[in-house]
Design a protein around this ligand. Sequence first.
Ligand code: HEC
Ligand code: HEC
Ligand code: HEC
Ligand code: HEC
Length: 170
Amino acid sequence: MAPLLQDTTSLEVPVSLPRARFGHANHVFRAGALFASGFAIFLVARHAMVPSDFGVYGFYRSGALGDAAARPLAFAGQSACFDCHDAVVAARHGGRHERIRCEACHGPLATHASGDSDARPKELSPRDLCLTCHLKSAGKPGAVPQIMPSDHAPEGPCTACHPPHNPKVG
Ligand code: HEC
Ligand code: HEC
Ligand code: HEC
Ligand code: HEC
């Protein structure tokens, strides 16, 4: 039978000279050296990867301002639409869709509104478009009137009854 209590002194590893001098501090030095080299690699990689104009004005690349400004405008803003579409403006007057911006339904139309292009606005779905806002859902704000299409109008275009620019029936 093996003895329950072993003589632990016999398990001691023979110590070499530097180990003897620093003793257990060696473990701390090794971990420290590993951490320091990891940090050095991080600094080198960061220097290589972060663009030189980063952080000039804030936590972003200052050149991004120029890049964003150079992108073509997508939305004209609805005051631009008013210049040419008086009839629609008149039709919307007083209706509950009056507050909804033209491009919320018609999509971005800066090219069309610039006037010097014959880019036609794309045709809208007279049913799917309406349901993106009016389909009943508990998560929607109460101010948006909501319907269940299965009860309200199971098929066909919503515009058969509701004129899109002034949707009240009758
Ligand atoms: C410079 C004048 C001008 C501006 C600004 C303008 N439009 Fe138009 N738009 C027109 C003309 C002209 C037509 C008719 C084109 C045709 O029938 O070929 C038209 C047609 C349309 C049509 C119908 C397309 C079709 O196929 O029947 C829609 C929708 C439309 N515009 C939406 C808008 C919206 C939204 C804006 C604002 C972002 C806008 N327009 C700004 C001149 C303008
Ligand atoms: C709630 C969504 C919605 C909004 C907001 C909206 N439209 Fe429309 N618009 C439509 C739909 C849908 C049609 C297609 C009607 C059809 O095919 O019967 C349409 C058709 C048109 C047309 C072509 C037919 C027509 O009635 O003259 C023009 C031009 C137009 N819209 C311009 C505008 C302008 C300008 C604005 C903002 C002042 C605007 N729309 C706002 C949904 C909208
Ligand atoms: C971008 C979201 C949006 C789209 C798209 C949209 N609506 Fe609306 N609609 C609204 C909001 C918001 C109101 C309520 C506005 C308010 O109370 O000021 C409203 C109101 C209405 C009303 C109530 C009118 C009244 O006087 O009681 C009807 C009906 C309606 N919409 C039908 C439609 C139809 C049909 C379409 C498709 C052609 C459509 N809507 C597309 C947002 C939308
Ligand atoms: C057969 C005619 C008809 C069709 C098609 C129709 N509706 Fe209506 N809808 C009505 C009537 C009538 C009312 C009640 C009067 C009003 O508010 O304009 C109404 C009311 C509404 C309201 C207001 C509800 C409220 O609580 O105030 C919304 C939103 C609406 N409809 C959306 C739609 C949508 C979206 C479609 C297409 C999926 C559609 N409707 C198709 C006739 C119709």
